[in-house]
Write a protein that binds this ligand. Structure first.
Ligand code: SAH
Length: 215
């Protein structure tokens, strides 16, 4: 629909002006229709630069925040990526677009209702290089490890140990670290088995559940 396309272009322009120059991220945001990933009652707000509610008190993250995280992952075509926290599936769809048909995104979700929601959303776009896995993603997803990049889209007390093990040497992990009222966005590169960390600023996410989460 032309109206959505116009709003999507405006959203991408805003994200760029806020300070995300990465063309592959901006192109993905233009290509993937965010309105297919929001609950019906929020359709008119699908391209606003703020988070929107999902089932189970979860949220689809703010476009600018997602752009910052994806840019930080330094994704390349053909990369194998792990996401913890599928939610709506929007972020996973963006990664699938950036890494291209030779890339692969494994996205994990712990809430059954959201798995169904994300599956329905992804189906509309016929994305082939994306797998939704029902599991406690705080433990990672061993069968497909190691990964070129890992993104955690829920607030964690610290970077979950299994994720560090499942990251390739020179791989990058991005995760919001800290309590519910505010987290530091950490970008970390695995060099000689150790993480070299950088703080990308302060954000707000729903808490990570599961073994290495808060609940
Ligand atoms: N990336 C999502 C937004 C995610 S919100 C999007 O693009 O829409 C955070 C998500 O993490 C929620 O859906 C929540 O249910 C999920 N989550 C929380 N703890 C988890 C865990 N241990 N494993 C997998 N998913 C988890």
């Amino acid at each position: 629909m032309a109206e959505f396309e116009q709003k999507r272009k405006a959203m991408v322009k805003l994200v760029r002006e806020y300070g995300v120059p990465d063309k592959s991220v901006l192109d993905a945001m233009l290509a993937i229709p965010r309105h297919l990933f929001v609950p019906a009652q929020f359709l008119s707000e699908a391209y606003a630069n703020y988070p929107l509610p999902l089932p189970d008190q979860q949220t689809i993250s703010q476009p600018y925040t997602v752009a910052i995280m994806l840019q930080a992952l330094e994704l390349k075509k053909g990369d194998k990526v792990l996401e913890v926290g599928t939610g709506s599936g929007w972020c996973a769809a963006l990664i699938a677009h950036i890494t291209g048909p030779k890339g692969m995104i494994y996205t994990t979700e712990i809430v059954p209702e959201l798995i169904t929601f994300a599956q329905q959303n992804i189906k509309k776009l016929k994305i082939k290089n994306l797998k939704i896995i029902k599991t406690d993603g705080s433990k990672g997803y061993k069968p497909a490890a190691p990964y070129d990049a890992i993104i955690v889209t829920a607030a964690c007390p610290q970077i979950p140990k299994p994720l560090i093990h499942q990251l390739k040497e020179n791989g990058i992990i991005v995760a919001p670290i800290g309590p519910w009222f505010g987290q530091k966005m950490i970008k970390a590169k695995k060099v000689k088995g150790k993480l070299i960390k950088e703080n990308l600023g302060y954000f707000m996410f729903v808490p990570l559940k599961g073994k290495y989460g808060y609940e």
